[in-house]
Design a protein around this ligand. Sequence first.
Ligand code: DGL
Length: 268
Amino acid sequence: MQSPLASAPILFFDSGLGGLTVLGPTRALLPTAPIVYAADYAGLPYGRKSDEELAARVPALLGRLVERYQPRLAVIACNTASTIALGHVRAALDLPIVGTVPAIKPAAEMTKTGVIGVLGTEATVRQPYVDDLSVRFAGGKTVLRHGSPGLVTGAEAKLRGDAVDPSVIARAIAGLRDQPGGDAIDVIVLACTHFPLLKDELQAAAGLDVNLIDGAAGIAKRIAYLTDGQAWPDTPPPGVAVFTRCDDRPPPLLAALTPYGIGAIETI
Ligand code: DGL
């Protein structure tokens, strides 16, 4: 395959701003990479959509984005979209696609009690993909799951500078702790890219003896590996955010995105 032009961007894709938690560590490794950050606000929250809807929506939207921005690589920075649609996207598009899947493997290596919590969206925690990861990497351990749509709303609110409802945080942790065996959880997998935006709040609610982990650093390394040796601009060009707007949820202002190197907002 011909080496991409230095100006070809990396495309990040999420239902909202959660994917910024993957963009952050990627920029640390690839500081001059051109970035397009796509948020499907017209479809948020993905966690409440059916598998069928997401399996159709995500590849179609990514197809339009790839056509418009001609990225060198696309990152599905969303656990819900990845666990449901990664295979469909890879089959439909002819470029490297990096997915985001729950960090159950490192959690299983880290737990001392043998009890792991997985906090994701409702759609992610019901996926056979998560059953499969648990069987492959956490055999003999207990994997408890809980889906929390409130944390997605809370994370979006926090990034816009709004207050986060503390009861949402407490309910999310209780959703794991109150299950049989939940008292022994010593590692919680943040299996939604929105949730690391609330890490401090979740850590305070879970207690300092619980490790909260996510896969963002590993995904950033994977992106760097897959683009190793490619040409990059000498200085970082301003990143572009692209939103599929909807009327009842105004998308964030540029101010929330500038710390991530984004300098313009477009719509698709
Ligand atoms: N950020 C997404 C994830 O990682 C989902 C948020 C949503 O429900 O739209 O699963």
